[in-house]
Design a protein around this ligand. Structure first.
Ligand SMILES: [Zn+2]
Length: 181
């Protein structure tokens, strides 16, 4: 079950809801937010990520880890994961929106014209060929030979973010031990 916080976020963003996650596009980049009991993971699908993009994300979100309660950043199998601590108080919806906006901006600045590749077979896809693969939202062929039961015809709305939020305030309060485990 997803929390009220994430349900509301999904409605605000016009994202889809699943059992334990919400998913949609953040400025055309497929993204999933998975909820667990004491954490959430924000997961971007970034096949063929360039080193500069990864470094930009690592660098920015390591510096701002405490602001977003980030405990871990990881790139694995074409997915970039932000792990966020949620104990009694969930991370505010506005902060998750900020994270999505900042991360997708960093990705687009460093990797402007990235071609989409199917998560199942690795071949190029059309820009709107998106679906769930292993529970994560990503580019995937609607009729992928590697995946007979591909996720269907999801047509996500683009991320709509309120730009009137607070400014990003740098913080020295790093949690680098946690980030570098
Ligand atoms: Zn495919």
């Amino acid at each position: 079950m997803i929390s009220r916080n994430l349900k509301q976020l999904a409605s605000d963003l016009q994202w889809h809801k699943a059992e334990d996650s919400i998913y949609g596009c953040a400025q055309h980049i497929p993204c999933t937010i998975v909820e667990q009991s004491k954490s959430i993971a924000v997961v971007f699908y970034l096949p063929h990520i360039q080193e500069i993009t990864k470094e930009a994300l690592d660098s920015y979100f390591t510096r701002h880890a405490s602001r977003f309660k980030i405990t871990n950043l990881e790139f694995s199998d074409d997915f970039y994961f932000f792990r966020i601590k949620q104990n009694l108080i969930p991370l505010a919806k506005d902060k998750i929106m900020d994270l999505l906006l900042i991360a997708s901006n960093l990705i687009q600045e460093n990797q402007p014209e990235s071609v989409a590749f199917c998560a199942a077979c690795g071949q190029p896809t059309e820009p709107d060929e998106l679906g769930l693969y292993l529970g994560f939202y990503c580019a995937v062929h609607e009729h992928c030979p590697a995946l007979p039961d591909a996720a269907g015809n999801v047509r996500p709305a683009d991320l709509q973010i309120n730009m009137d939020g607070e400014d990003i305030i740098p913080t020295d309060d790093l949690e680098t031990e946690n980030l570098r485990q």
